[in-house]
Design a protein around this ligand. Sequence first.
Ligand code: NAI
Length: 596
Amino acid sequence: MSELRFDDRVVVVTGAGGGLGRTHAKLLAARGAKVVVNDLGGTVSGEGQNASAADAVVADIKAAGGQAVASYDSVEDGDKIIACALDTFGRIDIVINNAGILRDVSFHKMTADDWDAVYRVHVLGAFRVTHAAWPHLRNQGYGRVIMTSSAAGLYGNFGQANYGMAKLGLVGFAHTLAIEGQSKGVHVNTIAPVAGSRMTETILPPDVLKHLGPEYVSPLVAWLAHEDCAETGAVFEVGGGFFAKLQWARSVGETWRIGREITPEAIRQRWPAITQLEKIEQPATVMAAFVPIMENIQRGPSRGGNALIDVDRALEHTFPEHQTSHDESDLALYALGVGAATDPVDQAELRFVYELHGDGFQALPTFGVIPAMNAFVHHTTRGELSTFFNFGPERILHGEHRLELLRPLPVKATLTHRTKIVDIVDKGKHARVDILIESADENGETIMRNTATTMILGAGGWDGERQDRTEATAGPEGAPDAVVSQKIPANQALLYRLCGDRNPLHADPGFAQAVGFERPILHGLCTLGFGARHVLETFGRDRAFKSVSVRMSATTFPGETLITEMHRQDDQRILFRAKVKEREAVVLSHGVIELH
Ligand code: NAI
């Protein structure tokens, strides 16, 4: 390994009369550098001056065969120190800003003089010395500058508000000089040392101090000062045998889309994500630091939202895939849950509930809503929606549903569901949220799509742009082609809920009353199951089912009589709606069933 030499290089080391500076100066001189040993020679707190400190170091260097000259000026007169280098050695190559004082006192007792004195030596001094050397370094296309920072600046330290300010100031100063000096071959780095010196002898215990000699720091300074070292703009912690590079780290952060109102409450809500440091990034330049901001601007304006709904996040959310399994028992339970086989000798319906049926057991097609909605409920119960939805179940009204089967439902299967929020519309008072759940079989083939349209009560009104993209389908006219009437047993909701939707609204009288119903209501998808089954048993026997879509326009209560009216539009399309006989209320509207 070739020795790192500094022959013909001229170095200024400020504050080199003692401590770290002295060791830096001696090491560089021993390797051929011509050294300006600068030191004002005052006390630790910066009072007085004394030429003897610098003189002693110069004498040591000369005695060892090196070249050095003493400079007694304060770093505040930095131009004089650089002039000394130029006058004595004819050039300047390396500036080591090391001079420093302490005025430790807790902030409430700190005087303006304490503040200013520390600033003047560390920051103004480093500025004056470096500023005087800078044109020479640039013009010769070569230079090395080292700043001396401190852990007190990087991390803060009790009683060192002034010193911490100054020491971190040097880091910012050095970062920019590194950028400006780069093209001129001038490299600028910063060290944050720990060393036993008169500065630390009163704060560190003697048995620690004895292992913290300045000679543990100076080799790094020498390397950073060498022409072989390409490092620039970096900060290093060094001392007691430890060497490490320091870089800013920040949390990956949280982003609000442009144009979105950001409330203090929203900040509070996202605080854990903003402040977590498990996932971090380490931008090294201003450009790198701006990347998330630029990306956010490029993503374009927010789609809106309010305290209850964050539209952008909801639309961008990726739900993890979720699997459900079902077999004949689940299918039979569902079929009973939507009122099938009330006539147990009706062969057509028996095949939905009896697994040994002679014609083969079959899935009632509308069972397809069950695994998909159960997958969605799984996401909600895991709290996955809480980063973008901030409301309770009492606001959610399952308004419309569409189920499309791409292939017949297997009677026994494990399905993988992919959920996505595909649209959110401001409806004025309320908000509409469309959820798409695509379900694939074990071979990865998509076998069905469910689209649930939910109204979120009182959650609209964020943009005044009240689009309504629901197709305005006119209801069928004239007398229906078929009507099926069925009394829904009073305990039907208690049966249906066993398919998966355990919302207490459908079982608990007290809960139902608390949210404004006289008693538990029937699940909207249960009413859908009844109505669709009525259509299928009328027009769909031995036909392949394609899709059902319907609006659940009003509440049905168990015990009521459902009347399903059907209009056969053509061979493949039946329009339907359902009323409750006792109340003349339309509970299903805009119903369409498609057959193959
Ligand atoms: P030190 O007190 O032995 O050395 C500082 C030197 O700077 C003294 O010789 C002093 O006379 C000189 N000086 C003060 N004001 C001056 C001025 N206006 N003009 C010219 N020279 C002046 O202390 P030490 O520990 O060697 O400190 C060296 C540098 O390292 C300082 O900047 C200090 O803040 C920094 N530092 C030291 C740490 C340590 O653990 N020793 C920790 C972190 C930073």
